[in-house]
Design a protein around this ligand. Sequence first.
Ligand code: AHR
Length: 524
Amino acid sequence: MSTSVPEAEIVVLGNKSLGTIEGSLFGQFLELAGRCINGGAYDPESPMSRPDGVRTDVLEALRELRPTHLRYPGGCAVSYFDWQELVGPKESRPRAKLHRTLRGAQSTAFGIAEAWAYAEELGTELYLCVNAHTQSPEDAANLVEYLNGAGPTKWVDLRRSHGREEPYGVRLFGLGNEIYGDWQAGQKTAEQYAAWCREAIRQMKRADPSIRVVVCGCGRPNPEWDRTVLFATIGLADMISIHNYFGRPVFRDSMGASRVCREMLNALNVAIDEAMDTTLGVHPRAHREFGMLPEVQERPGIAFDEWGVWYHGDRDPVHCLEEVFNYGDALTVATLLHEILRNTRTVKLANVSLAVNMLGTVVTDRDRCVRQTTWYAQKLLRDGHSGRVVETVADGPVFSAKHERFFCGVVDPEKARDETLPTLRHYDDIAALDVLVSVDEAGRKATMSVVQKLEDRPLKTRLSFRGIEPRGGRVKVSRLTGGSLSASNTLDSPHNVGIETETAPLSEVFTFPAASLTVLEFEL
Ligand code: AHR
């Protein structure tokens, strides 16, 4: 080890909590699109599948990430399905529907009951997106009644006739997907959508008052959308969603992604606060637009409904949006998860997008399944962190990066390479160390995950702790392995990037390798 003076310092403020890691922060997303479900998680043709068509190797890879919930069936796909086409005997469902946004026919065989059972097998809950695009609020409420009602009513009887006596008890519902955009069916203006949601949420919650409902936000490209939707649904909606995809071909630029993410969350929080102000009657729009001030039990949370890395992309209708993620992309995923976990006071739900093949954490062919680099970043942080997130100060070198500020899912690889776009955000102060520290519920373990963003040199770092004290003389060190920024895991070469773990003597100084993800676990 070098004897030089540390160039950086991490100070952990163990008594300063930023929030608690709880609820729905580690969601996975299965969409009826590309080869995500059909030909991915569900593939009756594969020798790796059970008789019911579920790929056991994919199920196992997702189970190991311990998802907090499973989002289904879209994404854009939701606008092409009537929920009644996704329930009941498979033989009476339409054989397939066309996903017109991403193109390609999608079988209906993996329907709502199948998604619910899949979530059960993952040990998690189903988060169902309803079709706010081409179906009515009444349809959405009928679906809630079908799933959760005890009856005897028309919709509960329908469920019973499908062989399901007990209510499913689905608690999480999203109302449409990116409905502000013209890339899917049933685009709505904010006013139209807000009116749809007010009616739908009232009816859905009358069918089952225990459900939690997420409305579509748009984020920074159109804060007016968010205001309109929030002002109209405050007191009714539990969360407002935001989508963004990150990453750029130059690694140092990708390392600016989490800053963009932070700015997005901050901006959406301002809109939520404004909506809360309307309930006090002090916001100018409140008097104009509401006859009666809404009552709010709880400030709406943010649902980071789709987040992930997406910039390599293509639009092959069969291998649709199948990105080969590299080691650098895994570090981007880690920085984004850091940002989500730092914001648990306001971010109440998050889904990495997506789980299988299409932008997938896991990739398959007929008989093989590979965990992409991004799977390992998720695994390290999912297993490492729990309990309270505490404040840290990371002092050290900084560097410049630029990153697109919003990218709502329509990938243009040329655009991703364009360094001169006026919409790029330029940062001159990206900290070399991106650090997240959590202290488990029992107060026995502190976990520190560190993305070292400098690609040209290791960073010798002093570690200081206030309010908590590492003991036991040793520290568990887990690392993302890989060798180079461009290393990836492919079906033919599945183990280039992985995780290695060892224990090391506890020391005040730790050297983080160039471009690395390290998780240190300290006994307290
Ligand atoms: O993740 C793929 C697509 O990207 C989803 O269907 C959509 O919501 C987003 O635009």
